[in-house]
Design a protein around this ligand. Structure first.
Ligand code: PEP
Length: 251
């Protein structure tokens, strides 16, 4: 079964109600919703999930959250649970490097969040990736292995799950990994998934590349055999460029 490619936009802490609405409307007007053979996911800040879900209604655009808490409800001030997200989102990003770097996320919390997402039928986009120092020290594979094993510990991954390889040194820097390097890293991650979850799951799971993806480089990246799409930050905040990335890899 061929893996259907995905363009997922991580809006991070950007937009307001007006620009969030305009962005989704612009993406629709630019024809991204009509593109075939590619899945499109928009991940706005929590507070704009209802708005984005409403503006995306009756389109092929799907909606994702940028994080979740593993508990269902309770005294966890400021947190948002999978049950709450389910009303507006089908996907959820887990373990983005910014959450690991600035908010103390660990492989253990990623594992709990992944379990909560799966228990509630949300499609996870689990992020892994090495820093520049780790890469320069020759530790890329050790880091990726540790993050994948930590995330998937005691979990049976469904074939619909998504992983994103996001080398930290490439995020927001304008310097993307080369297509060859990204392909090699993703092949390594797929091998780890195969070792843990079996070959059928490893061959079905989509593994995206993220880190300075733009309309100019997405076709070459997704043209690699192991790369199943892009998790995109900056370039997903401009409607035309999001639509161009979708068109670039549409069938
Ligand atoms: C990201 O937010 O996950 C990301 C990859 O950002 P950018 O595309 O801006 O590098």
């Amino acid at each position: 079964m061929p893996r259907i490619p995905i363009v997922a936009g991580n809006w991070k802490m950007n937009t307001d109600a007006g620009t969030a609405r305009a962005l989704v409307e612009g993406i629709r007007a630019a024809g991204a919703s009509d593109a075939r053979g590619v899945e499109k996911v928009l991940c706005p800040p929590f507070v704009y999930l209802p708005l984005v879900a409403e503006v995306a209604r009756n389109s092929t655009l799907m909606v994702g959250a940028q994080d979740l808490h593993w508990e269902e409800k309770g005294a966890f001030t400021g947190e948002v649970s999978a049950t709450m997200l389910k009303d507006y989102a089908t996907h959820v990003i887990i373990g983005h490097s910014e959450r690991r770097q600035y908010f103390g996320e660990t492989d253990e919390s990623v594992n709990k969040k992944l379990r909560a997402a799966l228990d509630h039928g949300l499609t996870p986009i689990v992020c892994v990736g090495e820093t520049g120092d780790q890469r320069n020290a020759g530790k890329m594979q050790d880091v990726l292995r540790g993050q994948v094993r930590g995330a998937l510990s005691d979990i049976t991954l469904p074939q619909s799950a998504i992983i994103a390889y996001e080398p930290v040194w490439a995020i927001g820097t304008g310097v993307a990994a080369t297509a060859d390097d990204a392909n090699d890293a993703i092949a390594f991650i797929r091998g780890e998934v195969a070792a843990l979850q079996g070959n059928a799951t490893a061959q079905a799971v989509r593994i995206l590349y993220g880190g300075s993806v733009t309309p100019a480089n997405i076709a070459e990246l997704v043209g690699q055999p192991e790369i199943d799409g892009g998790l995109v930050g900056g370039a997903s905040l401009v409607a035309e460029s999001f639509a161009q990335m979708v068109q670039a890899i549409a069938s």
